[in-house]
Write a protein that binds this ligand. Structure first.
Ligand code: AMP
Ligand code: GLY
Length: 426
């Protein structure tokens, strides 16, 4: 029997806890800090997930046998190394291996060394260096802060004005703090974006599924970048042919590279890709599941998610089979108007009792005097599942309309771009 601790408080972590809580082998399930959704399937614990000593105290007192890390910050903080040293099972990559996400230039240099397809890039630390890259690559250019910047560290510069503003933000005014002490200045890729998710054990990997996120705040990919306003999985853009290329040109080489460099990669690997004329190029790696992508990936896994995680920790992914549902899943993020900038919190959420057996993952929510209240910019993730993509979109939007709170805002076009690819295939 397992006592399990899930770390994080977003929709992704609610989805992770939900995907395992019915497992008969679980004795107690905890989420730290969790949200108003995780309360109904686990016990929420008020822990600072960046404080390894505090987590260790809790782990010891509650005989935790397995820790599952949701977000990237504790991984960057070395939580996996910390608990592995103490012989406590923990799922995720080491601090060094996490650099695939936490240092964009570490990832770019690794890909260059091992010939993994990616845009041309230059490592820059000054305005002069960046301007000299403009001389070589021309415009548009992409400026990417080397370190973690909460999804905001990428600026696409279409003209000189954009470029000067981006240089001011990253270099002169240090808007991103230490994260932009180094900047990856990159060729701007064109094409269609998709993400591929794999689970790795240091040696081998299994692809879980593909997905497409909707990063911009407004319909038709307009407005500011957000953490993600909705996602669907799988995407018809991920053809068998593309899958082969992603495995041969990206997944196998990056796992071999990390092993070769003495830091084998374990955990979820999120491969952000640009597809140009059927060729994949790596935009970025993340070392965790996406949020909101986890909310569509996990409900489509028919086999045991707990076994999959344990296979990764035990170095046994090769012998693990992931069984998928043949359905589509779509999630629409219900956000508070104003997100990702200024928004209100504390609004009462109505309609959560009318959803029967439908899937609604909580993100920024809290429970106060038996009322669900909004407690963040991304509030809830409604999920629609169906063998037909149109129906799964319809089901997600049905739920989006049942649930209500003041200032509720959501995009109305989640999943729609898939139809373009379906038509192209026919
Ligand atoms: P990231 O934070 O790395 O996911 O970047 C955010 C978004 O910026 C991506 O989803 C892409 O749309 C875009 N992006 C990042 N790097 C590039 C690139 N080299 N070329 C084109 N678009 C990019
Ligand atoms: N949805 C994008 C991410 O999790 O990075």
């Amino acid at each position: 029997m397992y006592n399990i601790l899930v770390l994080g408080s977003g929709g992704r972590e609610h989805a992770i806890a939900w995907s395992i809580y019915n497992d008969k082998r679980i004795n107690k399930l905890f989420c730290a800090p969790g949200n108003a959704g995780t309360i109904s399937i686990s016990e929420n614990i008020d822990l600072n997930i960046m404080n390894n000593d505090d987590i260790y105290l809790f782990v010891k007192q509650n005989n935790i046998d397995l820790i599952i890390v949701g977000p990237e910050q504790p991984l960057e903080n070395g939580i996996v190394d910390f608990f592995e040293e103490k012989n406590i099972k923990i799922f995720g990559p080491s601090q060094y291996a996490s650099q695939l996400e936490t240092s964009k230039l570490f990832a770019r240099n690794m890909m260059e060394k091992y010939n993994i397809p990616q845009p041309a890039f230059f490592e820059c630390t000054s305005e002069e260096e960046i301007l000299s890259v403009k001389g070589k690559l021309g415009l548009p250019l992409v400026l990417k802060a080397d370190g973690l910047a909460a999804g905001k560290g990428v600026i696409i510069c279409n003209n000189d004005n954009d470029l000067h503003n981006a240089i001011d933000d990253m270099i002169n005014n240090r808007k991103f703090g230490r994260a932009s002490a180094k900047v990856s200045v990159e060729e701007c890729l064109r094409g269609e974006e998709l993400s591929v998710f794999a689970i790795c054990d240091g040696e081998n990997y299994k692809i879980i599924n593909s997905a497409q996120d909707h990063k911009r705040a407004y319909d038709n990919d307009k407005g500011p970048n957000t953490g993600g306003m909705g996602a669907y999985s799988p995407t018809p853009l991920f053809t068998d042919n593309l899958r082969k290329k992603v495995e041969e040109k990206i997944l196998k080489p990056i796992l071999d590279a990390m092993k070769n460099e003495s830091y084998p990669f374990k955990g979820f690997l999120y491969v952000g890709l640009m597809i140009d004329e059927e060729e994949p190029y790596v935009i970025e790696f993340n070392v965790r599941l996406g949020d909101p992508e986890a909310q569509v990936l996990l409900p489509l896994i028919k086999s045991s998610v707990l076994d999959m995680i344990i296979a990764s920790i035990d170095g046994n992914i090769e012998n693990h089979t992931i069984e998928l549902d043949s359905n589509y899943a779509v999630t629409v993020v219900l956000s508070a108007k104003g997100y990702p900038e200024k928004y209100n919190k504390g609004m009462k959420i109505k309609g959560l009792n009318n959803i029967q057996d439908k899937i609604v993952f909580h993100a920024g929510t809290k429970l106060e005097n038996n009322d669900f209240l909004t407690n963040g910019g991304r509030v809830l993730n409604v999920v629609g599942i169906d063998e037909n993509l149109k129906q799964s979109i319809f089901k997600a939007y049905e739920l989006a309309n049942i649930i209500d709170f003041k200032d509720k805002y959501f995009r109305s076009d989640i999943g729609m771009k898939a139809f373009k690819y379906l038509e192209e295939k026919e």
